[in-house]
Design a protein around this ligand. Structure first.
Ligand code: NAD
Length: 439
């Protein structure tokens, strides 16, 4: 099948490469000419495990190409996927200008029947809006389908190749069947392809993200309660998660959620609710708890050292919003670093994949280190913001030698309390009792 994918970011690149890997001919289109030039030179602009290999094998096989030329991209596709960003607007609602602008151009250019698939996360009713827009501008039949994407950064390729489910929202059975056929190679393990109304599909994506974010904010609130009541949240978490109705996923307390989806999607869904005349009580609480949680590490640091931190040095391990990605968007680490810098603290940071983006964000204001131990040299304390694997079993004795004082603030609860107690490390996790803290 001839496919064009508009938007070659995390979703578009992964989807394009995976769809090419099953034999389709895929053209990736983006307005960012620098990104397209990089891709055509064989460089992958993002860090995503398995993506480089998939891109290069499909480029080499001639099934995948990239262009910034819109007319070329829309010459003869049978199916066009939209994976354009939908960032938050000023009031929190999804900014659809990129998506709608592309749909106008598409309607003006396609030369035959086309299936237009919206993969970007868009509010309920956007498909209806796009359908009206393309109908008005194009003489050709354009079927508009919602196919929300559930891949997770860090495991995006594996998620696309073996999804939990595929959701297809379509008003047209024939178009839905074509999309179903495109996805069959990815669900040979009997995972379901769910065909539903377009509006339900649009809502599905937001509801799923809101549910996951709610679990995180919920356990974070419980963690803070545990802290106030002298209870170890890890014991509580185990007591809860073993209930098969609850389970352990997304029940890990920490420094808050971030990334390019949860924060903006919760806000956008809340805006949809307000416009529909419904007060989004749960969604607002989920967001507010998370905003407060992102400031908790700094509050804990001040609780330990007092109000004035000026002149101190903090080493940070992990700046990306989660492990196995280079994505810093809305990462809790950024909130912490902003607060530290404002308080006059010198910040040194290490991250396995996010340093280039961190340098872009802070310039010279944060010292970046490729080495996880050099970053510790002379720092007054270490703060952990992302649970990269390489931080889980560090060389603790070496770490203690390098830090001016062996003090760790752990925003991801990585360490066994007994281990750090034995090593004499002063340890401040989230919702668990601090260890070796002098009275
Ligand atoms: P991204 O910012 O990584 O990529 C978006 C791309 O769209 C960029 O390369 C940008 O240059 C391009 N673009 C912007 N306007 C364009 C236009 N008019 N024409 C062509 N290209 C244009 O975004 P992303 O993380 O890939 O997310 C894309 C969409 O998918 C969003 O709606 C997001 O909510 C949703 N989504 C993201 C994830 C994720 O984990 N990142 C998961 C599921 C769904």
């Amino acid at each position: 099948m001839r496919i064009t994918i508009a938007g070659t970011g995390y979703v578009g690149l992964v989807s394009g490469a995976c769809l090419a890997s099953t034999g389709n001919r895929v053209v990736g289109y983006d307005i960012d000419e620098g990104k397209i030039a990089s891709l055509n030179a064989g460089r992958c602009p993002i860090y995503e495990p398995g993506l480089v290999e998939l891109l290069s094998s499909n480029l080499k096989a001639g099934r995948l190409e990239f262009t910034a030329d819109l007319s070329g991209a829309l010459e003869s596709p049978e199916v066009v996927f939209i994976a354009i960003g939908t960032p938050p607007g000023a009031d929190g609602s999804a900014d659809l200008s990129g998506v709608l602008g592309f749909c106008e151009s598409l309607a003006d250019r396609v030369s035959g029947p086309t299936i237009l698939v919206i993969k970007s996360t868009v509010p309920v009713g956007t498909g209806d809006r796009i359908e009206a827009l393309v109908k008005e501008r194009s003489p050709h039949p354009i079927q508009v389908i919602s196919n929300p994407e559930f891949l997770k950064e860090g495991t995006a390729v594996a998620d696309f190749l073996r999804p939990d489910r595929v959701v297809i929202g379509s008003q047209d059975a024939q178009a839905a069947q074509i999309l179903r056929e495109l996805h069959l190679p990815f669900v040979r393990n009997q995972r379901p392809i769910l065909v539903m109304s377009r509006r339900a599909a649009e809502m599905c994506k937001y509801a799923a993200n809101a549910c996951l974010a709610a679990r995180i904010s919920f356990i974070n609130e419980i963690a803070n309660l545990c802290d106030a009541c002298g209870v170890d949240v890890d014991e509580v978490r185990r007591g809860m998660g073993t209930d098969t109705r609850i389970g352990f996923q997304f029940l890990y307390p920490g420094a808050g959620y971030g990334g390019s989806c949860f924060p903006k999607d919760i806000q956008a869904l809340a805006q949809v609710a307000r416009r529909a005349g419904i007060e989004p009580l749960v969604l607002e609480a989920v967001h507010r708890v998370n905003e407060a949680q992102k400031r908790l590490l700094f509050a804990n640091i001040k609780r330990r050292f007092g109000e004035s931190l000026r002149g101190m040095t903090c080493a940070v391990w992990g700046v990306t919003f989660k492990p196995e990605t280079d994505d810093l968007r809305d990462a809790p680490a950024l909130t912490l670093v902003d607060q530290l810098l404002e308080a006059g603290v010198t910040v040194r940071a290490h991250d396995p994949a996010g340093l280039e983006n961190l340098r872009r964000h802070y310039g010279q204001r944060v010292a970046c280190f490729e080495d996880a131990y050099r970053v510790l040299e002379g720092a007054d304390f270490l703060t952990i913001c992302t649970e990269w694997n390489e931080f889980r079993s560090p060389d603790f004795p070496h770490l203690c030698e390098l830090l001016a004082q062996p003090i760790i603030f752990d925003g991801r609860n990585l360490y066994d309390l007994e281990t750090v107690r034995r090593l004499g490390i002063e340890y401040h996790p989230i919702g668990r009792p601090a260890v070796n803290r002098e009275p």
